[in-house]
Design a protein around this ligand. Sequence first.
Ligand code: NOJ
Length: 745
Amino acid sequence: MRQFRNVGAMALGVLTLLGAGGTAHAATVPIDTQVDRLLARMTLAEKVGQMTQLSEGGVVTGPGGTKGLEANIKAGNVGSVLNAVGAERIRKLQEIAVKQSRLKIPMLFGLDVIHGYKTIFPIPLAAACSWDMAAIERSCRVAATEAASDGCNWTFAPMVDIARDPRWGRIAEGAGEDVYLGQQVAQAQVRGFQGPDLKAPTSVVACVKHFAAYGAAQGGRDYNTVDLSRRTMLETYLPPYRAAFAAGARTAMSSFNEYDGVPATGNKWLLDDVLKQKWGFRGFVVSDWESVSEMIPHGAVADRKEAALLAANAGLQMEMQSGCYLQNLAGLVKAGKVSQAQVDDAVRRILRVKYEIGLFADPYRACDLARRGRTIMNKANLDAARDVSRRSIVLLKNDKDVLPLAAGKTVALVGPLADDRENMLGTWHCQADGKQCKSLADGLKERNIKVVTAKGCDIRGTDKSGFDAAVKAAKQADVVVAVLGEAHDMSGEASSRTNLNLPGVQRDLLMALKAAGKPIVLVAFNGRPLTLDWEQENLNAIVEAWHLGTQAGPAVADVLYGDYNPAGKLVATFPRTVGQIPLFYDHMNTGRPYNKDDHYTSQYMDAPNEPLYPFGYGLSYTKFQYSPLKLSTTALKPGGKLTVEVTIKNVGARDGEEVAQLYIRDLVGSVNRPVKQLKGFCKISIKKGEARHIKFQLTPRDLAFYRADLSYGAEAGQFKVWVGPSSATGSEGAFRLTSNVAVPD
Ligand code: NOJ
């Protein structure tokens, strides 16, 4: 229910120039003037150096490696280093830049700080299930504070790619399938990483990735081709990036995929027409790892020189790792193929970010060992991780209130993830040490729960030799808690799957455990929606715990024992079977919507159309009742507002939180409209027996879409509106927009 506009304001800052000996003096001069003065002193080679990012190899996040990093820094060939780790090493590399290179320009140090640095928070997909923007912002703030205290000043996050295919392992890194929620989450993440003051030594620059539409990889196979209509690109995929820039994100990363036949890294429409011209973005774009040279196998260019040419002219300002700019860009400028103005624009953007974060004033701004000691994994950070973890958990099933468990009961704690610390971390766990995580067994130990343990089987593989011991443990207990799921490296980059069942023989283990006749609670730690149809049918309770990070065990224990009443709601649809994919809630209708009495309607012969769990779904230990909606008008006029009111009553036996979700449907459009679209939500806490009255406001802007000619606006006609606990149910109302409204895009 909000549109995001550009941030175009020119930044003012404190001028600090490093003199020849490295001493600093400062005066108040606009940053753009400082940038221009420095640019005037640079050679073409030094400019190309600023446009180059090389990997240090402290961590490995792509193929190949870098040789001669230090010599290149000294020669002024490097504007930024990625994957250097630790304040000591970063200080050493920065010293080479600011003491030994001719112009002494400090470097940006980039790292994948995705959901924590050493204190690991839930994977982004999980954190989004909290629908709690303050919690998401807090998790990114802690990540930034820890990373910055160890020398990092730039994170390659947030990933705001809309993802609608759970086969794609990188669904774990984003906020799921919805464009409205995706925008809110993107903004919260940027606020968290960058903090209120970019110059503060606790801030890191955010890098919005992967621009654009990387999440739409065909077949869910990572790095694969994307083929989207322009309308879907504009309406569904682009808004979260734009929202992140509107929140102040200073950098972006181009994606590996092609869009409309041209790799994103060399795609002028994306990098120039949309990002620079239309959105007024003043920061810079870095390529993804070697995505400049990867335009050769894409078939977009013949060699590295052509790759540099295509990327530079498309508007890619910094090249990560492949070195095509370093090798070819100066020659291309001299040959008149890339203009000096294009290069100057790129360098200006990069230098501006360096000034904005105060890097010229203090190139070591983040390297402070005392602060690092006080910051990393301190109690406040661990407490925050536990809190955000609890908020991220989604209760999928709770038959006959088997949960929460009574503390006195004996638990058979079964499964390969029951006492596993390392795999709690999930993908991209940066500098975390798995040994410092708490498993669910640790969490139950802290509560002195009587536990009989049996691993049962591994995460992967076919070995069932542990089943008997697991069944024996189940027989000795009052309840079975089966802790199953995916290993940390089964989601994330290059981790696509075609089968989304619990891997290995884990489902067989559950089948065997049924023989013990005890209630079974599944706790699933995983990085993507899984196909849990058998589990839904056969188990008593299911807790979707995702990869929750450092404090996974205590957080899940808090939920199992009712110290925290779960309130998470899914942000990605759970299919029943892989064959239903792609499956998402805001799909179009067909001309033959499913009708059980008519064979010739849109359906599968062997599975229902409906998902197992819809977008927005999640249970609580209490129950909420929604009143009928009250609409302020049934005729919304251009320039007018529509208030939608609802009362939600907690009719269960516990205090709880609810995420009330508002959806609309535009019944008839000049281009087809989705069957439902999220346009607002509100997370509220309601005491048992009490009710809360909430109000949403809609304006014609919220009803706008890209029409046949791609103009943006809302069309007169009938709408439906729902407010409810998920995308599948809710109280319904109707209204009409009285006339067409053009909306600035
Ligand atoms: C490749 C990944 O696609 C990207 O997300 C990451 O930031 C870079 N490697 C750097 O590690």
